[in-house]
Design a protein around this ligand. Structure first.
Ligand SMILES: [Zn+2]
Length: 111
């Protein structure tokens, strides 16, 4: 099995944990916004509904990213981090630096 030796795993774990923390905070903020009181005014209510839709979309994005982070952390634990899930090749360290949750190498992502 290939191991991507060009990555600083400790550094990646720190980055992922920091990102996880930030996303959890963001998610808590969104949920806080969503649980706020509702206006009595129907026009304001329409605006609130629109805002809620945006907030729900943001929350969904944050949750998706949290799952990706968890997956990346478990790949680190089982030693498959930094190795492409499709072709088994090593993922470019620059790609991982830009996107630490990357599961596939550039070639396989583009396919
Ligand atoms: Zn690949």
């Amino acid at each position: 099995m290939l191991i991507n030796t060009s990555i600083d795993i400790k550094n990646v774990v720190e980055t992922l944990n920091a990102l996880h923390y930030e996303l959890n905070n963001r998610l808590a903020g969104i949920q806080n916004d969503l649980s706020r009181g509702r206006s009595q005014d129907s026009q304001e209510q329409a605006q609130e509904t629109e805002n809620d839709e945006v907030l729900h979309a943001l929350a969904a994005d944050a949750r998706k990213e949290l799952i990706e982070i968890d997956n990346a952390l478990s790949r680190i634990r089982n030693g498959t981090y930094g190795v492409c899930a499709t072709c088994g090749d090593i993922i470019n360290p620059e790609r991982l630096a830009a996107y630490p949750m990357a599961v596939r190498c550039m070639d396989c992502t583009e396919k």
